[in-house]
Design a binder for this molecule. Structure first.
Ligand SMILES: [Fe+2]
Ligand SMILES: [Fe+2]
Length: 273
């Protein structure tokens, strides 16, 4: 086991804020990338991390995995086996989903919301931060759009906009707003990664939109969503959820909405069909 320079590792992962925002499994995956990148130089104490992988190198890793990197966190374990899940209540609420199904990202989302609230940002932004990555449990690929769609019937248009576009804004720095390109993305997407044309076009549209700051503030609080030792409970946001989420009385997944199946899939991820 090579020795690890903690400071280099944290810098490699995008700083302490970025590290803390990661789930345990994401951290383990990032650590693995770090070790792989440092395989040859780790013997030298204090050596700086080696370069991030290229797009071609990341592509070569695809057939070495048992899952695809775009798979939702509920559906594939990055390491080991998936856990047995607790049953859902008869009429599940958003809070039930956060507690019982969206554990893969709930901590990160709650920390983001807490930070947004500390900065006295508008409550709809706090709420957008609270839900911004919950869709990663269903699907990681294009998660801004998946998230916007699953929440659209129950939240304001502006919150939907923030969730839909935050993922693309992550690739585009805004120095004035205090958002830089995450160093971690060089590892995740490749050092020579080029943002595809459809996302560049999306960025141009959002940049000029009157609600630009809504998804932008989600990205700003996404990066710096950590304070050591702080555990945030969903109980602290029950009031915010109550004001910004129209909970269907039949329960999420059972209300006949056009996206009810998103929620049913999250409630029953072990169903074979
Ligand atoms: Fe995200
Ligand atoms: Fe996030």
């Amino acid at each position: 086991m090579p020795s690890i320079d903690r400071r280099n590792l944290i810098a490699f992962l995008g700083g302490s804020a970025a590290v803390a925002g990661m789930t345990a499994s994401a951290r383990a995956e990032a650590m693995e990338s770090y070790l792989a990148a440092n395989l040859h130089s780790a013997a030298q104490a204090g050596s700086s991390p080696k370069r991030a992988p290229t797009v071609a190198e990341l592509e070569a890793q695809i057939p070495t995995r048992t899952y695809r990197r775009g798979a939702g966190k509920l559906f594939a374990a990055e390491q080991g086996n998936v856990p047995l899940l607790a049953p859902m209540p008869a009429k599940p609420t958003l809070t039930d989903f956060i507690r019982l199904r969206f554990m893969g990202t709930s901590e990160h989302c709650l920390q983001s919301a807490r930070l947004a609230r500390q900065k006295n940002l508008d409550e709809d932004i706090v709420f957008a931060c609270l839900i911004h990555d919950l869709s990663l449990n269903l699907m990681r690929t294009d998660h801004g759009f998946w998230g916007a769609q699953m929440f659209e019937p129950y939240v304001s248009e502006k919150v939907t906009f923030a969730v839909r576009h935050h993922a693309t804004l992550r690739f585009f720095p805004d120095h004035e707003a205090g958002y830089e390109y995450p160093e971690l993305y060089r590892t995740m997407f490749g050092s020579d990664y080029v943002v595809p044309a459809h996302q560049r076009a999306e960025y141009q549209m959002v940049r000029k939109h009157r609600w630009y700051m809504a998804p932008r503030l989600v990205t700003v609080n996404d990066l710096y969503s950590f304070e050591p030792g702080v555990k945030v409970s969903v109980d602290d946001f029950v009031d915010v959820i109550g004001r910004h989420f129209k909970q269907p009385k039949e329960g999420l997944g059972l209300d006949g909405s056009p996206v009810a199946h998103f929620w049913r899939s999250a409630a029953n991820p072990d169903s074979p069909l």
